[in-house]
Design a protein around this ligand. Structure first.
Ligand SMILES: [Zn+2]
Length: 214
């Protein structure tokens, strides 16, 4: 999955577990395992940062401190592996042990893009239903946190493409290819959603500051 799919599905999996989620943190955790792409000269992609046992161990202090409240965040992090990466790749879930499993659909396959698009549509509907999309809340400024990696996605994707020799099939044909256009549209849509939330956060902040001045 692209960052987009990992982010929106992180929210969809964790939302049933809590009414008070930090959506920015949930979305960030959804893509966090892919931090290994930045260090691909020293870490193999989908190894240590995609290991359920390692991620569970790192989450133990949060479970001790926050108990049940840490669960949605743990799910946001691990769904990246047991859902997103399971569809598009093959991952050694129990790294360093155990088999490498996954459905192995291509990142740019219609199946994978459909699941990303479906997740995005449901994500937007739920944000509207929860009155989170247009709410004037200061903390929405923090939605800039998932917005930044989403906007630098073209850079990380290029690195990924080179690694997986997708350059010729995808990145070079970014305008011509239908799937590529669809992926771009989905990314623009999510970026718009996040920008709306950030700007509402800024508006709320300005409103509070003006109120204080009076
Ligand atoms: Zn991944």
């Amino acid at each position: 999955m692209f960052f987009l799919g990992h982010m929106v599905w992180a929210y969809l999996f964790s939302r049933p577990l809590s009414n008070h989620l930090n959506i920015h943190l949930i979305m960030l955790l959804g893509i966090l395992p892919d931090i290994d792409i930045l260090f691909n000269s020293i870490i193999i992609h989908r190894s240590i940062t995609h290991s359920i046992p390692i991620l569970t161990l790192t989450f133990i202090p949060f479970f001790i401190k926050y108990r049940y409240r840490a669960l949605p965040y743990y799910i946001a992090l691990t769904q990246h592996i047991f859902f997103g990466d399971l569809i598009v790749g093959k991952t050694q879930l129990l790294w360093p042990f155990g088999p490498t499993i996954g459905l192995g659909f291509k990142l740019t396959s219609i199946e994978s893009i459909f699941i990303e698009g479906l997740g995005l549509v449901v994500f937007i509907i739920l944000l509207i239903k929860d009155k989170a999309l247009f709410s004037l809340e200061k903390r929405n400024i923090l939605m800039i946190i998932p917005l930044i990696p989403l906007l630098i996605f073209p850079l990380t994707f290029t690195a990924y493409s080179i690694e997986h020799s997708l350059v010729n099939n995808f990145a070079k044909n970014i305008v011509k290819d239908d799937i590529a256009s669809l992926v771009s549209i989905l990314h623009i849509l999510l970026a718009i959603v996040l920008i709306i939330m950030v700007s509402n956060g800024i508006r709320a902040h300005i409103k509070v500051s003006k109120y204080r001045e009076k």
